[in-house]
Design a protein around this ligand. Structure first.
Ligand SMILES: NC(=O)c1ccc[n+]([C@@H]2O[C@H](COP(=O)([O-])OP(=O)(O)OC[C@H]3O[C@@H](n4cnc5c(N)ncnc54)[C@H](O)[C@@H]3O)[C@@H](O)[C@H]2O)c1
Length: 529
């Protein structure tokens, strides 16, 4: 296969999608690696570094796009690249389709296969190709905060770590996810005193175990925020409400409480920011001042450290890229449920619910396309798959906590899915007592591609057997994710006649698709003519 790496041409983008070590590995697998001249320069990788490991340097973008079967990129293709995309070509990059209608339409029209970094998702709920950039931004936020505290940059002239005999700076971190945790670790490591606020008590409990003693953890109610602001030298915004604008937790009048020359770094600016006075800035002009407080609002912070960001990103993307090159997209996505979730558009058809919903486009089940395109035997008849689900529910088979009905207008779960399925597929079966019980148990699970990023940590913890969202009836033990893997009955004995088989086991028998250890089952109702 020819793997192509075009130079990123989006403004101020200096990352590259493949480093020489990756090129060497792909060459070792027998692929041709075609890198556009100068593609790696912004990240410190000259053309010779690729040549030295057997890579070919293409003279220009036209050449790379024309020849490559698989294109590895960092940012979504910009308009001038759209005409270069070929039918059947596979693109593996960040797309963020739901925010870009013109791009979505261009990709649909091109007939390519678009696999988006941002929707590749592990069974734990983690988004492994977004996490590295949040890590970079969180750590960098502290660097930037420390820099703008310096007098020469207009700051209050405080050294973050203090010195013996002089107190260190106070850093307030709002949000304790990937960005916030990395910021807190970094600030604490530099000797600052850190206060971190997160709305999730579970998250705070976890952080209390892993963060150093110079980090205090606090619940982010209004009273606590107002009490912290007068002390803070640096405030770092790191809140995320999945799929929504960040809430304004620090309002304009609150700035009056802060010391002049203090610094706000609102990393969440890309979602509107959690500080009311933040607005997006660029690396060229990163800061501005409101009421004596320095505001830093760069929306693509990792772009400021492209060398680190490229290495962090490619560490995460490369294993998927290698698999795509080795197996081809169909087999790679069939074999890897996380990568499968990265499929957004396949040869003109939208296969990712969020994208279809955003632009009111028809949604096609990727499985049918992958199966068909892969030339496999095809999915079993939908009716028999529904029968498998209903039957499994009847038997109380372990680990089945949610059934989703896919391929119609939307995703559904629990009782709704059962009813939807009944309309679409196999009414007799789906009115079975087991199917009803499935809904009655109060299903709480969401599909990995759709559950909120909020849930990520909860899901991770549950996967580790640490706690459960409860939606079940009294007297029934909520199954653990570990149980699903181990095949422990869902209802702890009562009515569980399935002999403790794992969800995956019957799912495979029934030909339905399941995702890892979460006990999430996706059933494809019959396609309409
Ligand atoms: N500017 C940049 O260059 C850049 C780079 C990477 C990420 N980001 C952005 O940073 C933000 C955080 O990303 P992340 O990966 O850490 O997300 P995350 O999901 O890992 O963490 C978000 C955290 O916010 C917490 N939270 C939600 N509501 C809260 C509230 N009211 N008060 C306090 N905490 C609350 C959640 O419990 C969660 O722990 C996102 O908006 C992301 O897009 C920006």
């Amino acid at each position: 296969m020819i793997v192509g790496v075009p130079r990123e041409i989006k403004t101020a983008e200096n990352r590259v999608a493949l480093v020489p070590a990756g090129a060497e590995s792909l060459r070792g697998d027998g692929h041709t690696v075609l890198v556009e001249q100068g593609a790696g320069l912004g990240s410190g990788f000259p053309d010779d570094a690729y040549r030295a490991v057997g890579g070919t340097i293409g003279p220009d973008a036209k050449d790379v796009w024309a020849k490559a079967d698989l294109i590895l990129k960092v940012k979504e293709p910009v308009e001038s690249e759209w005409p270069r995309i070929r039918k059947g070509q596979v693109l593996f990059t960040y797309f963020h389709f739901a925010a870009a209608e013109a791009l979505t339409k261009a990709i649909i029209a091109s007939g390519c296969v678009a696999i988006a970094y941002e929707t590749v998702q592990l069974t734990s709920g983690e988004l492994p190709l977004l996490t590295p950039m949040s890590e970079v931004a969180g750590r960098m936020a502290v660097q930037e905060g420390a820099k703008y505290l310096e007098k020469v940059f207009g700051g209050s002239g405080i050294l973050l770590g203090g010195v013996p005999g002089v107190l260190p700076a106070e850093v307030l971190v709002i949000g304790g996810g990937v960005v916030g945790t990395n910021a807190a670790k970094m600030a604490a490591g530099l000797g600052a005193h850190v206060t971190l606020l997160d709305v999730s008590l579970d998250r705070l409990r976890y952080l209390s175990d892993v963060l150093p003693p110079n980090v205090d953890l606090l619940y982010p109610n209004r009273h606590n925020i107002l009490e912290q602001l007068p002390k803070a030298d640096v405030v770092i915004g790191a809140v995320l409400l999945p799929g929504a604008k960040a809430p304004h937790l620090v309002k304009r009048p609150d700035l009056k409480l802060m010391k002049p020359g203090s610094v706000i770094v609102d990393v969440a600016v890309d979602q509107g920011g959690c500080i009311e006075t933040i607005k997006p800035t660029t690396h060229d002009q990163p800061t501005y001042v409101v009421d004596g407080i320095i505001h830093y609002g760069v929306a693509n912070m990792p772009g400021g450290v492209p060398r680190t960001s490229t290495l962090a990103l490619t560490n995460a993307t490369f294993p998927y890229a290698k698999r795509l090159a080795r197996l081809g997209w169909k087999q790679a996505c069939k074999a890897d449920a996380s990568l499968f979730l990265g499929l957004n558009v396949i040869e003109g058809q939208v296969v990712y619910p969020g994208v279809a919903e955003a632009f009111n486009l028809p949604l096609v089940d990727p499985k049918t396309l992958v199966e068909r395109a892969a030339g496999g035997a095809g999915a079993p008849a939908a009716a028999s798959r529904w029968a498998a689900v209903a039957g499994a529910a009847d038997r109380g088979v372990g680990g089945v906590r949610r059934v989703q009905c896919r391929g119609r207008d939307a995703w559904a779960d629990g009782a709704e899915a059962v009813e939807d399925g009944a309309r679409a597929g196999d009414p007799g079966r789906l009115r079975s007592p087991g199917a009803a019980a499935l809904g009655a148990r109060g299903q709480v699970w969401t599909h990995p591609a759709q559950h909120s990023r909020d849930d990520r940590f909860g899901l991770s913890r549950r996967a580790a057997g640490g706690g459960h969202q409860s939606g079940h009836r009294a007297g029934r033990r909520e199954p653990r994710d570990a149980d699903c893997a181990a095949g422990v009955p869902a209802s702890g004995g009562s009515g569980a006649g399935g002999g403790g088989r794992a969800a995956g086991e019957w799912a495979r028998e029934g030909g339905v698709r399941e995702y890892g250890q979460l006990g999430v089952v996706v059933v494809d109702p019959p396609r309409r003519a």
